[in-house]
Design a protein around this ligand. Structure first.
Ligand SMILES: Cc1ncc(COP(=O)(O)O)c(C=O)c1O
Length: 483
C-alpha cells in the first residue's frame, strides 16, 4: 500500500479535487507510484486527504478518464499507466510484481499502520515503547558531543566487533551487572534488533524452532518467520517463563533455541525471579538448549534493581546476552551489544561486516563517551525518577476509568502495563476507532496472535496530560464497543 503524507490545502484557490489530481499525477509521472501500485481504499483515502468522498470521487474519475488509474469493484483502485508508458512501444517494468519475492515477509498490517501513525501530528501515543522526547538529556548530550573531537582520531570503518574503546566501556559496565567477560567476546551492533537478525541469519538452520514467552515482543516481528522458522510459545507466570513446558517442547519439537526477556518483559513487564533464573539455566544446561537473553529493559527498574542476568549465572557459554541503549537513552543512536563465546561472536561479526561494515562510528564514540563520563548512570537516575511519576499517573487513571472493564498488575519497571480486558473485543475495530480519535494503541494481538482481550499500554511516551486524557478517552471507546 502507498504511503500518503500529504493533504490538499483548503485555503488554496485551486479546487481541492484539482490539487488531488495534480498530486497523484505527479507521483505517477515521477515513477514514485509505479504501474500496478494500489491506492488505499476510498474511504481511507478520503480520511487521509481530509476531503469528503465526493471530492475524492471527482479527482479519481478524472484520473481514470485520463487512463492513469483503473478501478474495479472489490479490487480497489490502482495505477494503470504513466505518461511514459502511454507513449512507449514496450511495456514498463512492473515493480509491484517484485514486492513479494524477496526474503522478508511484510510486517503485520497493524504494525505498518502504527509505524505510519506514530508521526502524525497530535497523535496521543499510548503504546509506544520509547522514552518521551521530554526525557531527552539535552545538556548531557551537548557536553558529550563537545568532548568528542578530542577523542576521535578518525571516523573510518571500525574493526569487525566494533570500536575497542566502546567495548572496553561495555566490559566495565557488564562487570557491574555480574557478567565477567573480555572485550573479544563483546560485539557492537546497531541495536538489539540487529543482534536478533544476525543470530537468526548466521547461526540457525532454516526450519528451526524457537521457544519463547507467549506473549512476546518477538511475535511482533516477521524476522524469524521470514527465514522459515517456527515459534513455540511458553506461558509466563508471575516469576517469568514456565519451566515444565520447556523440557517437553525441547524434546518433542526439537527446539533449537530459547529466547527470553527476563527483565520487564515486553509486553507484560514481568521480571523473572532469582530462583526461576537459576532453575532455567539448570534446565537449559541439562537440555543443551542455548539461550538468547534480551535484556534491553534492565536499567529501567523503578522499585529495586532486578536479579542478575542469566548470563552471569553460567560459565559455559550457554547464553548469548543482548543489551542496548535504545530503551534507556536513545534508540536513534542505534547502539547495542551481544556477548557470547568468541567463535560465535566472530561469526556474527563476519556476517555484520558483510551487511554494513559496522555500526556508525560516530554513534559508537558517542555511546562510549556516555559510559566513560559517568553521565549514563546519572541519566538513568533521572529517567527512573520521571518514569515513576508517569507510572503513578497511568495507574491512577486506570483505577479511575478501567476498574470495571480491565485488570492489570502495577509494573515494577520498564515501560508497559499489560491490560487484560474483562470482555474480548475485535482488536482491529478498537484500533481503528481509537486511531480515528487520535489515540494510537498497541493491541495485544501483536504480541500473541490469538489475544483479543489485551492491550500493551506504555507510560513512557505520552506526556502526563496526554496519558490522563488519552486513557480516559480510550476507556470510553472500549465501553462503547462492549455494549
Ligand atoms: C525486547 C526488545 N528487544 C529488542 C528491541 C529492539 O531494540 P533496538 O532499538 O535496540 O533494536 C525492542 C524494542 O522494542 C524490544 O522491546
Amino acid at each position: 500500500m502507498l504511503t500518503i503524507d500529504w493533504a490538499p490545502n483548503h485555503k488554496d484557490s485551486m479546487p481541492l479535487y484539482r490539487q488531488i489530481t495534480e498530486y497523484i499525477k505527479n507521483k505517477i509521472t515521477l515513477g514514485e507510484w509505479p504501474i500496478h501500485s494500489k491506492l488505499p481504499p476510498q474511504r481511507r483515502l478520503a480520511h487521509i486527504l481530509q476531503v469528503n468522498r465526493s471530492t475524492l470521487t471527482i479527482a479519481l474519475d478524472e484520473l481514470i478518464a485520463d487512463g492513469l488509474l483503473e478501478t474495479r469493484a472489490g479490487s480497489g483502485t490502482w495505477v494503470a499507466n504513466n505518461t511514459w508508458s502511454v507513449l512507449a512501444s514496450t511495456p514498463t517494468v512492473n515493480w509491484n510484481s517484485y514486492l513479494d519475492k524477496g526474503l522478508y515477509l511484510p510486517n503485520l498490517q497493524i504494525i505498518q499502520e502504527i509505524n505510519q501513525a506514530e508521526f502524525k501530528p497530535n497523535m496521543i501515543r499510548l503504546g509506544t515503547g520509547e522514552l518521551s522526547p521530554e526525557f531527552f538529556p539535552r545538556d548531557m548530550m551537548s557536553s558529550i558531543l563537545r568532548n568528542l573531537p578530542e577523542r576521535i582520531n578518525s571516523l573510518g570503518y571500525e574493526e569487525p566487533k566494533g570500536l575497542l574503546f566502546l567495548r572496553q566501556q561495555i566490559r566495565i559496565y557488564l562487570r557491574s551487572l555480574g557478567i565477567d567477560t573480555s572485550v573479544s567476546s563483546i560485539m557492537i551492533v546497531s541495536g538489539a534488533l540487529q543482534a536478533l537478525q544476525l543470530i537468526c541469519s548466521s547461526l540457525l538452520p532454516k526450519d528451526s524452532t524457537i521457544l519463547l514467552e507467549k506473549p512476546s515482543y518477538l511475535f511482533s516481528l516477521k524476522l524469524f518467520q521470514s527465514m522459515n522458522m517456527q515459534f513455540s510459545g511458553i506461558p509466563l507466570d508471575k516469576e517469568g517463563i514456565e519451566l515444565t513446558p520447556i523440557a517437553f517442547q525441547k524434546q518433542h519439537k526439537n527446539a533449537n533455541l530459547l529466547y527470553t526477556i527476563p527483565c520487564f518483559h515486553n509486553p507484560t513487564s514481568i521480571v523473572m525471579s532469582k530462583q526461576r533464573r537459576r532453575d532455567l539455566i539448570h534446565l537449559c544446561q541439562q537440555e543443551q538448549l542455548p539461550v538468547i537473553e534480551d535484556d534491553v529493559y534492565r536499567e529501567l527498574w523503578l522499585d529495586s534493581p532486578p536479579p542478575m542476568p542469566l548470563k552471569a549465572l553460567e560459565r559455559e557459554g550457554l547464553v548469548l546476552y543482548i543489551g542496548s541503549l535504545s530503551k534507556s537513552l536513545s534508540p536513534g543512536l542505534r547502539i547495542g551489544w551481544i556477548v557470547g563465546p568468541e567463535p560465535v561472536i566472530e561469526r556474527l561479526a563476519d556476517v555484520k561486516m558483510q551487511n554494513d561494515y559496522g555500526s556508525s562510528s560516530l554513534s559508537q564514540w558517542t555511546a562510549a563517551e556516555w559510559f566513560a563520563s559517568g553521565l549514563y548512570q546519572q541519566h538513568l537516575e533521572e529517567v527512573r525518577k520521571a518514569l515513576r511519576i508517569r507510572r503513578e499517573a497511568a495507574c491512577k487513571s486506570l483505577q479511575t476509568h478501567f476498574a470495571d472493564i480491565a485488570t492489570w498488575q502495577v509494573p515494577t519497571g520498564g515501560f508497559y502495563i499489560w491490560l487484560s480486558l474483562t470482555h474480548p473485543l475485535s482488536m482491529q475495530k478498537l484500533f481503528n476507532l481509537a486511531l480515528n480519535e487520535g489515540l494510537l494503541i498497541h493491541p495485544g494481538s501483536i504480541y500473541d496472535y490469538l489475544s483479543n482481550r489485551h492491550l500493551r499500554l506504555s507510560y513512557s511516551y505520552a506526556s502526563l496530560s496526554e496519558l490522563k486524557e488519552g486513557l480516559y478517552r480510550l476507556s470510553v471507546i472500549i465501553k462503547t464497543l462492549k455494549t
